[in-house]
Design a binder for this molecule. Structure first.
Ligand code: SF4
Length: 122
């Protein structure tokens, strides 16, 4: 048995896609990071380990549009652990056409300082 642990990530910050390895102690503390070709890869892996963030796209109900659902996207990434909260909050959202691409559908969803915006006009 070893006191260290390795976690391997593919950096998605740029198309090069470096394979970056984080060496962790048994408590999960970062000992070293290797394989990244630039500092952004180290930042990416630290964020993935400590506070992973994700973009979310979904749909909400729209009345009077050419479809029943309006595609929406967040104005910024959110913590991965909050994805389900946002999805649940979007379940109850209903808007009326017309809506323009970029219109704010829900301001500051779940208190995350991120808005839900329309990703198309309808
Ligand atoms: S480590 Fe740097 S060069 Fe490699 S994929 Fe990430 S951003 Fe691109």
């Amino acid at each position: 048995m070893t006191d260290t642990n390795k976690k391997v990530f593919t950096c998605i910050v740029c198309p090069r896609g470096c394979e970056v390895t984080a060496n962790l102690d048994k408590e999960g503390n970062i000992l070293s990071i290797e394989g990244n070709s630039c500092p952004r890869g180290e930042t990416y892996v630290k964020n993935e380990l400590l506070n992973p963030m994700r973009q979310l796209t979904s749909t909400v109900i729209i009345e009077g549009g050419i479809y029943d659902r309006l595609p929406v996207i967040l104005s910024d990434v959110i913590p991965k652990g909050k994805m389900m909260d946002v999805m649940e909050a979007l379940n109850g959202v209903k808007v009326k056409a017309p809506v323009k691409r970029g219109d704010v559908i829900v301001k500051n969803i779940c208190g995350l300082n991120v808005d839900v915006v329309a990703s198309r006009s309808m």
